[in-house]
Design a binder for this molecule. Structure first.
Ligand SMILES: *Cc1c(COP(=O)(O)O)cnc(C)c1O
Length: 353
């Protein structure tokens, strides 16, 4: 860092993304990307003419995409915000509504604590229960903002919609942000509750269930005043936050619902099968409803399994936080990739005995 950096910023702990090897030699099960390509309509939508139009700025109002998102989630366009990845939506949400503090879990999406530190927000970190589930009672009547990933990451465990509703209802004086990055793989979405409660923002993304991680498109659904707050921050930072090609790709993805419903169901089916096989090999596996598996084996430390798989050309995600350092988070790939994974895990475990 230079000697010019603001000392407070210089001291921040950064979010550490999963590895993105550029040589493509790994079976990549480490960042929860979709194992299938975007829908054919999406690929067809990104035409040479659209590329030629890159000389023009993108639509700062994201009109077409907002209309399609509104139709998809039973809302009006004024109830929808579009961000450069859901990371940007979450960033703006922390900036907008968390001055009075924010409560979130000890084991959850790593960006929440990074944003809290970035904005000097007082974070109340609530430990997950012993079984790594969220205790919803701990999030009631907080008197400060509440942030929940549902399904949670990296456990994949979910809360039902009526539990989310109780949390939202008990915190009428604060924003409740529900991050549904993984909801399409088997969770229960809270978007319909945004019609009833003006303090709920539901955050979604095209990165996980719509095969567009590289396009960077996320969104928030909520009361129109909440959306107006996020727009305010957007117009104070980067009005053209979504590039032209990503706007076109995301809109086409919403038109390809049948394709994604089928592929999301296939990912869920592959997850169930792989979870069963890992349990049969002696792993303790959480009841994940996301596109990843969270697993630990008593015979091998998490870091050792991560390294052994990497040496065999398979990348998974290992976190060094003490509470979960014996786990690995394994993205659900294609059935073939999962077979290779499980064959390799069998060899590694057998080699220990
Ligand atoms: C991946 C992920 C995100 C970020 O997704 P982008 O839309 O790619 O920025 C947000 N929240 C959770 C819980 C995630 O796992």
């Amino acid at each position: 860092m230079s000697r010019f950096i603001d000392s407070r910023l210089g001291a921040l702990e950064e979010y550490v993304p999963g590895e993105q090897p550029q040589d493509k030699k790994y079976i990549k099960l480490n960042t929860n990307e979709f194992p299938y390509p975007p829908a054919p309509q999406v690929i067809a939508a990104v035409t040479a003419a659209e590329v030629a139009d890159l000389r023009l700025y993108s639509d700062p109002t994201c009109k077409v995409l907002k209309e399609k998102l509104a139709a998809r989630y039973g809302a009006e366009p004024e109830n929808v915000f579009v961000g450069n990845g859901s990371d940007e939506v979450l960033n703006f949400a922390f900036m907008a509504w968390c001055r009075g503090g924010a409560a979130f879990a000890d084991i959850t999406y790593g960006f929440y604590s990074v944003f809290a530190e970035l904005y000097g927000i007082d974070a109340e970190v609530i430990p997950l229960k012993e079984d790594l589930s969220v205790d919803p009672e701990e999030y009631m009547n907080k008197g400060k903002a509440v942030v929940l990933a549902n399904p949670n990451a990296p456990t994949g465990l979910c809360l039902p919609r009526d539990t989310i509703e109780r949390v939202v209802k008990s915190n009428p004086g604060s924003a409740v942000i529900v991050d549904e990055a993984y909801v399409d793989f088997g969770g229960e979405s809270a978007t319909e509750l945004t019609k009833k409660y003006d303090n709920l923002l539901v955050v979604g993304t095209f990165s996980k269930s719509r095969a567009l991680a590289g396009a960077r498109v996320g969104f928030g659904v909520g009361d129109k005043e909440l959306i107006r707050d996020l727009e305010k921050i957007k117009y104070c930072t980067n009005p053209y936050n979504i590039n032209r090609l990503s706007l076109v790709a995301a809109a086409a993805a919403l038109d390809a619902r049948a394709y994604y419903d089928e592929k999301d169901a296939l990912v869920a089916e592959t997850r169930e099968k792989a979870q069963k096989e890992l349990r049969a090999r002696g792993f303790a596996v959480s009841e994940s409803k996301a596109n990843f598996i969270f697993a630990t084996h008593e015979k091998i430390p998490g870091g050792a399994l991560y390294e052994a798989l990497k040496a065999r050309g398979i990348l998974v995600r290992h976190f060094t936080v003490p509470r979960i350092r014996d786990y690995n988070r394994i993205t659900v790939g294609t059935p073939e990739e999962m077979k290779t994974l499980i064959d390799n895990i069998k060899e590694i475990i057998n080699g220990l005995e």
